[in-house]
Ligand binder design. Sequence first.
Ligand SMILES: [Zn+2]
Length: 304
Amino acid sequence: MDPKIAALITASGGIGSHFVLHKLQGHKNLVTLTEGAFRSQGGSTKGDLKRYLSQGAMPSFLDEQLFPTKKINSQESKWIILNKPPLKMINYHRTFHPNLPVLYIFRNPVSFYCTWIKKWKEYGDRRYGRRIADKQVFDWFRTTFMSSLFELAQNFDPKRDRIISFEHFFNDIDPELKGICECLEVPVVKNKDLQVLNYCKVCRSDKISTVKITVRGERKEDVLYCYRHGVLLGPGEYNYIRKEDPSFLNKWKNKEDVAEISQKFKKLFGDQLISYYEEEKYLVDTNREEFDVLIKEFLDGLRV
Ligand SMILES: [Zn+2]
């Protein structure tokens, strides 16, 4: 059977989508695409997606997969996962294909917002030589995140779709991988058994080494290195061999005006959901018993 279409969706960047997508690409039954796939001029287009869904005419996706790439075949390839398509596009296709699942990354809104304060500062310094006030970032963030969640809530079906909890995923990847595999009905695979890039993306040589460099202007990290083609990084300077370290998950709590910020977010997301992150409950709520209830209540509240 031809692989089916699923979509990984986020409210905006800065939420580790490529970390999740590369993990999924490491599963032999899943193919994750680049962000331009089904949207770009050079590669597959929106029309190709329509043709695939209606007639089964599959584009080759040769240059439109994340690494390590794989040959798509009807035995092994169960799902093709779109890389952050607009939710509108998915809802459009769901009129004829109601089974198209959405994997939606949800992150603690307060820490997500803090990430964006930093990002907008860097962007302002680099592009405009000035910084915007936190209030402006907050207004932008609230609109972006809330409208995305509003759109998600109207059509969310827990039997078909899956909320990927950012904090759970980064804190302990295996149970979150299991949840995704179960949602997509593919064999459950552990993180250590996922395929990783072990060759040069350009010359395909497996004679590669590592080198220490500064990634994204902040962290010194080991990255893959081909002696002919240099440093091997993925989209958004994704480091294929980044050491996973969940210690950053509660850094937002050190921000000096955190109490004030949290209060703003409690008005939007409810006391309980924000308290869940304040108390770092994802560390103990490992089976997401509490998390899933809170998210369900929140999404139900957005449904009209
Ligand atoms: Zn090379």
